[in-house]
Design a protein around this ligand. Structure first.
Ligand SMILES: [Zn+2]
Length: 361
């Protein structure tokens, strides 16, 4: 619960996520709004949190730690220019490892121009000037590696010199900004025109990149869903239920068979709903919720629920599909581990009752 709350606060996902699993490589969430599943990889999470420290260094935050970094490690150098030194701490080495990952997301918004390096920081739409202007040329013009944006703008009275514009075409679309009395700001974004104040959530989104949208997510995590049914249905949509065909045996596999019909191994395709027992339940439930057009093969069912104009319009219909998958699984497991058996009529009644809790007929 603490973990859940922490991520909700950090990533602005209030009311949208459900922690599903915490594993070695990352944390799996169900994102109820956009995706079927969201894997919060720990490596991305770590980089997003470390990016906060890099941002503090880049904007020269007035804190004891940043002052210590500048007085002991950086001196008058720019963070993007320094290379590792064996005398520096392990943590600072980790921050330097992120230079190439984070540099393209941090942009300087010029105020008084004091805190921004003219060559290494990104303060123009064309990006850092050092990308296309050599330090040989910089020094030949009388500047140094430590030249600030303020020095540059005052030296040229606010306009690029003609010979620079002729030599570097990119400068035509990057006029020099006006100096003000406020401090320079360092912003985060995917490009110069779309950058905002830094948050760990934005950093995580930028570093993680885009996820494919799962087409069936809205019919699994719809408003009014029953959580345990939805979770089972979500696993089934990904064919991740522990059916017999997915088991791997180190030695000779035991004789396994479907606990309903005993005809073959159970699998997603067999349980939903090629098995004779499951097929009867499925047909009856579809009749009960007025869904005669639904197919009975799992692959086709997933196609139907992935269609934006899906047949499933009513809450009772959405609940019925998830509930049938859930109770077929439940009954299959009960038969594997106990001798009690429910008939198809018993199971249909249970499904009907579970739908009645949430939906009117
Ligand atoms: Zn069967």
């Amino acid at each position: 619960m603490i973990l859940n709350l922490y991520f909700e606060n950090s990533f602005g996902l209030q009311g949208k996520i459900l922690v599903v699993d915490v594993g070695y490589h990352g944390i799996w969430f169900v994102d109820r709004c956009h995706l079927g599943v969201l894997e919060l990889r720990l490596s991305t999470w770590n980089r997003a949190l470390l990016a906060k420290h890099v941002w503090d260094i880049a904007r020269r935050r007035d804190s004891m730690w940043v002052h210590w970094i500048y007085s002991n490690n950086l001196g008058s150098s720019n963070f993007w220019m320094v290379r590792k030194n064996s005398n520096w701490s392990w943590v600072f080495h980790k921050l330097l490892d992120l230079q190439s990952h984070l540099r393209r997301f941090l942009f300087s918004q010029i105020g008084d121009g004091w805190d921004t390096n003219a060559w290494e920081d990104a303060w123009l739409p064309c990006g850092p000037l050092s990308a296309f202007i050599s330090y040989r040329f910089v020094h030949s013009c009388g500047f140094s590696t430590l030249t600030t944006v303020r020095d540059l703008i005052i030296n040229w009275n606010g306009n690029w010199p003609d010979d620079w514009c002729q030599r570097f075409d990119m400068l035509h679309n990057s006029p020099l900004p006006l100096l003000t009395s406020v401090r320079d700001k360092v912003l985060w974004g995917d490009n110069y025109t779309m950058c905002l104040d830094f948050t760990v959530g934005k950093a995580w989104a930028s570093l993680e990149g885009n996820h494919p949208v799962i087409p069936w997510s809205k019919l699994v995590w719809f408003s009014g869903h029953i959580p345990k049914h939805a979770f089972c249905f979500w696993l089934a949509c990904q064919r991740r239920l522990p059916t017999q065909d997915r088991l791997h045996w180190k030695d000779e596999p035991p004789d396994l068979e479907c606990s309903f019909c005993g005809q073959c191994l159970d699998s997603h395709d067999h349980l939903f709903f090629q098995c004779s027992y499951a097929g009867v339940v499925w047909t009856s439930v579809l009749h009960m919720v007025d869904l005669p057009g639904m197919p009975s093969r799992w692959e086709q069912i997933v196609q139907v629920i992935s269609d934006p104009n899906s047949l499933l319009k009513l809450l009772k219909q959405k609940l019925a599909v998830a509930a049938t998958v859930y109770y077929i699984c439940q009954e299959r497991n009960r038969r594997l581990f106990s001798v009690t058996k429910r008939t198809t009529q018993d199971l249909i009644a249970v499904i009907r009752d579970s739908i009645s809790i949430r939906a009117d007929w």
